[in-house]
Write a new protein. Structure first.
Length: 87
């Protein structure tokens, strides 16, 4: 039964993480992060850190996988937001 639960977790992890990647790619390619909200990105980043810690504490491979990738993606968006400021 645990394999079934973990499979659903990995499926959710892949889908939600994949849904986030086009925004990272678009922002990187256009060098335009003006439509992204800095407070939202900071809150989201902190939330992902908390989810990753939680995943480690409960030893959930799917949560660790998804939140590790999303942490990198959200860090990149934060970096782009701070770097690609329009003069």
């Amino acid at each position: 039964m645990d394999n079934y639960k973990e499979f659903i977790g990995f499926l959710a992890a892949v889908l939600t993480t994949a849904a986030f990647l086009p925004q990272v790619y678009k922002t990187w390619k256009t060098k335009d992060a003006s439509s992204l909200s800095l407070p939202m990105l900071v809150i989201f980043f902190i939330g992902i850190v908390c989810w990753l810690i939680y995943g480690v504490l409960i030893d959930s491979p799917s949560m660790i996988f998804a939140n590790s990738i999303t942490l990198i993606s959200s860090f990149l968006l934060l970096y782009f937001k701070l770097t690609y400021k329009k003069p």
